[in-house]
Design a protein around this ligand. Structure first.
Ligand code: ADP
Length: 506
């Protein structure tokens, strides 16, 4: 089986979020399972900066934009640590413009007032990329059984496949194209790529597609909707999120379109890279441990964490940890009142994050109020993230929504039972502690349902109560979580099942 995975970011070359981790790790896991997989992404400056990309003599004109199209060159490399080929689409400075020191990212730049703004030509950039992806099989004479497109940046891939390639004047190409099926994965439905209708012309899409059942969404051309409507199969990054996005609050307006395609929609939880996130081999920790030695060595990590954030190193104080982008999604509004209750009980709170000034301010105030109990680091720090996972007693993830989530999976592995809201991937990966789940050995954390400070407080206090009064029970919960396998090989097996199931509609 041959799979071409298209994504706008791939870990090791360019990254703004979880999509890059999936696009980097899934192909490697697929290759281990014997799938012939190749990857394609845009050639950003961050790719060139790795020094690992090399030019090839593959070039072509892509039929988008004015005149006789836009010239692109393909560069190549392999995914870090394996032999999976990755191709890069280079098109002048259309992609190659990201320079963090000048405030320029992959999709956005910093305005004069410091606020982040989308590049005005994002519509053209990712129409070109999506159309260029489909030139690759012809140029390599390597025809995939499935193309796996991801998020709005590749939403037009299934459209171009059906509209341009399957109707190609060269019957050989059209015939091959009709054998290709498409999977479109939504990593976060809040980002949809809406563009003015005039993009239809530039993207060379037929105006008959510009209607509410296909590409139009409230007066705009919507790339994510395009992927949802035209792909043969749709997936998202957890079964619960797949259900949630069919409802108004989570669906961000696309719930109706997804409901219509519900028979083609499923969810697969993202995997963890256990080479990177595993307390038994983690080089960032002062001591390493597994499920047989955590009682001896985890306390060393706790002491190091307390010292690192300027808190008294007290073994008898439970430490609650949190690492998150400081954005509304992550639940800082309900954390603030609930945290007071945990601190009153004597707990310590450690938070690592960067993001909105409103949440930064809230955390600063809390740290000033409770200097011996609240330790914060406002910034990005990979090493500290590992230390928080290992050194905390329990982990907080009170998200409003969480398509898949990684930190709760790290917490399970690090023996740090997660306290989570039962949404998206959190609902699918954490099992609440109660008499039944304790008895059958499935309890791994503490789950609450309402998005409210009261519900978070209740779940947190339940955790603190067991932690302080019943060590055996707590250790059983820790062990249950540490024994679980949320590796990529597990997720990749589910993706292979999906690739095999898809049949091209054209
Ligand atoms: P999301 O993708 O919504 O940000 P996830 O839980 O899926 O949330 O993944 C977040 C990832 O980013 C985790 O690996 C987490 O440890 C890391 N991370 C987030 N903020 C920071 C930070 N300030 N410093 C270090 N790592 C961070």
């Amino acid at each position: 089986m041959r799979v071409l995975l298209a994504a706008s970011e791939v870990a090791g070359f360019a990254k703004t979020g979880g999509l890059a981790d999936v696009a980097g790790a899934l192909p490697r896991a697929l290759a281990k399972m014997g799938i012939d997989c190749q990857v394609v992404m845009p050639l950003f400056d961050s790719c060139l900066r790795t020094g690992r990309c090399e030019p090839t003599n593959l070039r072509c004109r892509v039929p988008v934009g004015p005149g006789d199209g836009i010239e692109v060159e393909f560069w190549r490399s392999t995914l870090p640590g394996c032999t999976v080929p990755i191709w890069f689409v280079s098109a002048g400075d259309l992609f190659n413009r990201d320079q963090p020191e000048f405030g320029r990212g992959l999709y956005q730049f910093a305005g004069t007032d410091g606020s982040r703004r989308d590049y005005p030509d994002n519509g053209a950039r990712f129409a070109l990329f999506s159309r260029a992806v489909l030139e690759l099989p012809r140029m390599l004479d390597w025809w995939p059984d499935a193309i796996h497109a991801n998020d709005w940046q590749t939403g037009l891939v299934p459209v171009y496949l059906r509209e341009h390639l399957c109707n190609h004047p060269d019957q050989g190409i059209a015939g091959r194209a009709r054998q290709i099926s498409t999977l479109f994965t939504i990593h976060n439905i809040a980002y949809q790529g809406p563009f003015p209708p005039s993009m239809m012309e530039w993207a060379r899409l037929d105006w008959r597609l510009y209607n509410p059942s296909q590409l139009e969404f409230y007066g705009q051309l919507n790339y994510l909707k395009a992927g949802v409507v035209f792909a043969d199969q749709i997936s998202t990054v957890s079964p619960t999120y797949a259900r949630e996005i069919q409802t108004p609050w989570f669906g961000c307006g696309l719930q109706g379109v997804l409901l219509e395609r519900a028979d083609r929609l499923s969810g697969i939880v993202n995997g963890v890279d256990y080479d990177e996130w595993n307390p038994s081999v983690d080089g960032h920790l002062p001591a390493r441990y597994d499920e047989t030695t955590f009682e001896i060595h985890k306390p060393e990590c706790k002491r190091a964490l307390q010292a690192r954030l300027g808190l008294p190193s007290l073994a008898e104080r439970p430490v609650l940890g949190m690492i998150a982008r400081l954005v509304e999604q992550k639940g800082f509004d309900i954390l603030k009142p609930a945290a007071q209750a945990f601190l009153t009980q004597g707990a310590q709170l450690v938070v690592l994050g960067e993001g909105d000034s409103r949440h930064r301010q809230m955390l600063r105030v809390l740290a000033e109020q409770y200097p011996n109990q609240v330790g914060i680091y406002l910034g990005f720090d990979e090493k500290l993230a590992h230390l928080i996972e290992a050194g905390s007693d329990a982990y907080l993830m009170p998200s409003q929504y969480e398509p898949s989530g990684l930190n709760q999976l790290y917490s399970l592995k690090y023996g740090t039972p997660p306290i989570v809201r039962g949404t998206g991937g959190l609902a699918d990966t954490v099992t609440d502690t109660n008499a039944d789940t304790l008895a059958d050995g499935t309890a791994t954390g503490f789950v609450f349902q309402d998005y409210s400070a009261d519900a978070l407080r209740e779940a947190g206090l339940r955790a603190l109560d067991i932690w302080s009064r019943n060590h055996d029970q707590w250790n059983a919960i820790v062990r249950n979580g540490m024994r679980q396998d949320w590796s990529w090989s597990r997720s990749a097996a589910s993706y292979v099942g999906l690739y095999r199931k898809i049949r091209p509609a054209h």
